[in-house]
Each structure stands twice: as structure tokens, then as C-alpha cells.
Design a protein around this ligand. Structure first.
Ligand code: SF4
Length: 331
């Protein structure tokens, strides 16, 4: 073939390959934008302050940092019957700054590895005590040598409450038995009842996406519910069912010993905090649960019905990430 003609054909082939590569890149960018939209992150990235302002805010908060001892928490709790505020350190601006620099998801961060790293600088945050009466769980003794398999064995083919009548499978819980982060929902839905695994339906998919956005994998965290059997017609668990079943959840928490519990929806927050306050009042605030930090946020099923609430949940998760020293997922 004429060398000039061969060179011309080669150049055209290069151009075609370049166009294909651009199209692939465009698809990847669109995928990423859709992913961010699904999680409701767009307002955060669009409306965030400039990076230098975030860094300056972090600096000034570090200067003002104060640490409260647990005795201060107890003293404040004893002194004030309603909700009490006590300052404790947390690390929000560092994660905010990291979130602001995040562009595209990359390799996820391992929770265990992250937890062993030094946490970012800690500005002030507030921890609240929701109930003035002793928690239902305060009186529950920790069982020496307890384990997840033993708890599952104790549940057995449980008929302790009326929820057993309609269940297909007991949904015990799943995830890392040494997790630093534990999510607690209210109870299994239809998909969970059939599979025996919590959060596997559409809401579960959204929870998995939320976990990934935090720089984790689903296997890094532990996921459980207040009740282990599906309430009929997906109704909320009733008080007697919660009282009967929640001792198993308590043992799961005591065994896993997470650094942070993130409750999903009103039922789990109200159960663990022993309060009647609604989730819209509780979410976004740190609470103390038997010495463990607890962050209530909306249930993913609520987010499926109300996508506009996703940015609020992302803010709550950022607070959790800050305490655990996590960085958001990058691409
Ligand atoms: Fe037992 Fe809990 Fe199921 Fe009730 S919900 S039957 S207490 S495992």
C-alpha cells in the first residue's frame, strides 16, 4: 500500500479510537454524576463554602476545642432532667474538607485500617442525653464471654413474641463482628424476611450506597434491627415485641462494641434512647448510649420516599465519618 495512504488510514484509526475513548470517559462521568444525585450529594458540592474557608473554620474550632469527661456528662445528666448538652471532641471540619476535595470514587477505605490511624483534629461537638429516666438497657448486665453465635443460638426458633407467627426467616444481623460502626434499623421487611439478611431490598441498596460513600464496604460494618422477625404488612414493631426482642440487640451491641451506633429511622432511635421524640428532632445530634456514641438519622426507606432529605442524612454520616476518621469514597 502507498505509504502516504497507510499513514492517512492510521491517522483516521487513531481519531476513531480517541472518539471512542472520549465517549467512554463521558459515560463514566455521567455514571458518577448519577451516583452523586442518587445520594443527594449535589447540593453539598454545589453549595459548600470555598476550601480555604473550611480550613480556616477547622483551625479556629481546633483552637476552641474542649474535652468533657464522662463524670461531667453524668453530673450534667443528674442536674438537668430534660435533654442535657455536654461538649466532647469530634472531627467534623477535617472530613468536610476532605469531602469537598473528593471528586470521583476510588478504592474504598478499610474501616479497621482507618480506625487505627490517628483521627483528624477534633473540634467541639455536643452529646445529648435523651431520656431523664434510666434506659431500659442500663439495667441489662453485660454477659461475660458472650458472642454472636451464642446469641443466635439463644434466639433459636424463637416464639417469644407474636411476630414469630408471620415470619419466614429470623433476620439476626450481618457484618463485621468487630465493626467500629453499627447500623440499627427497626425490623425486617419482605425481602429481608425471605432472605434472612437485613437491608437487602431497595432501602438496603441505598444503605449500601451510603456505606460506600463513607469510604467503607458493607462487610466493614455491622447491620441489625430492633426486632428480628418481620412485622405483618411492614407495620412498626409494637412495644411488647420491642421489649421482648431488643435484649438480643443489646447483646449484639455489647458483643460487637462499636465505636459508633447509627440508628436508622424513629423506631431504633426511640428504642435505644428511650424517648418519644421524633426522628426529625433527634437526627444529626450525638447521643450517649451506655458509653457509646449514637447518631440517629433517617431510615433509607424514608429517603426513597423523600429524596430531598438525602443531604441531611449525608451531613449526619459525615459526623460519623469524622469521629471514625473516615474519608469519603473517591474515584
Ligand atoms: Fe423472637 Fe424477636 Fe422474633 Fe419476637 S421478633 S419471635 S422475640 S426473634
Amino acid at each position: 500500500m502507498d505509504p502516504a495512504k497507510r499513514a492517512s488510514l492510521g491517522a483516521r484509526s487513531d481519531v476513531r479510537e480517541e472518539i471512542r475513548s472520549d465517549a467512554r470517559l463521558e459515560e463514566q462521568v455521567k455514571d458518577w454524576l448519577r451516583y452523586g444525585e442518587d445520594l443527594g450529594l449535589a447540593p453539598y458540592y454545589r453549595d459548600r463554602p470555598p476550601l480555604h474557608a473550611i480550613a480556616e473554620a477547622a483551625e479556629s474550632l481546633n483552637v476552641a476545642r474542649s474535652v468533657a469527661t464522662s463524670s461531667a456528662i453524668s453530673a450534667a445528666s443528674a442536674a438537668t432532667p430534660a435533654s442535657v448538652s455536654v461538649t466532647i471532641p469530634a472531627a467534623i471540619p477535617a472530613a468536610m474538607a476532605a469531602a469537598a476535595t473528593g471528586r470521583a470514587p476510588n478504592a474504598p477505605i478499610n474501616l479497621a485500617a482507618s480506625a487505627s490511624q490517628k483521627s483528624p483534629a477534633a473540634p467541639m461537638s455536643t452529646i445529648l442525653v435523651a431520656a431523664n429516666a434510666p434506659s431500659l438497657f442500663e439495667a441489662i448486665e453485660r454477659i461475660e464471654g458472650d458472642s454472636l453465635p451464642r446469641i443466635r443460638d439463644d434466639i433459636g426458633d424463637c416464639t417469644r413474641c407474636k411476630l414469630h407467627k408471620g415470619r419466614t426467616k429470623i433476620v439476626f444481623g450481618i457484618g463485621n463482628p468487630n465493626a467500629d460502626l453499627m447500623f440499627v434499623g427497626e425490623g425486617p421487611g419482605r425481602d429481608e424476611d425471605l432472605s434472612g439478611e437485613p437491608f437487602v431490598g431497595r432501602a438496603g441498596k441505598l444503605l449500601t450506597d451510603m456505606i460506600k460513600a463513607m469510604g467503607l464496604q458493607r462487610e466493614d460494618v455491622y447491620i441489625a434491627n430492633v426486632v428480628k422477625c418481620r412485622p405483618p404488612e411492614n407495620r412498626l414493631p409494637e412495644k411488647d415485641e420491642i421489649t421482648t426482642c431488643s435484649s438480643f440487640l443489646m447483646r449484639q451491641i455489647d458483643t460487637i462494641k462499636p465505636k459508633v451506633i447509627c440508628t436508622l429511622g424513629s423506631c431504633s432511635a426511640q428504642t435505644l434512647l428511650q424517648t418519644a421524640q421524633g426522628i426529625s428532632k433527634l437526627r444529626g445530634e450525638w447521643f450517649d448510649f451506655r458509653g457509646t456514641k449514637l447518631m440517629p438519622t433517617y431510615h433509607p426507606a424514608y429517603l426513597l420516599r423523600n429524596p430531598a432529605a438525602k443531604p441531611e442524612v449525608w451531613k449526619d454520616l459525615q459526623k460519623v465519618m469524622a469521629v471514625l476518621g473516615l474519608q469519603p469514597k473517591k474515584r
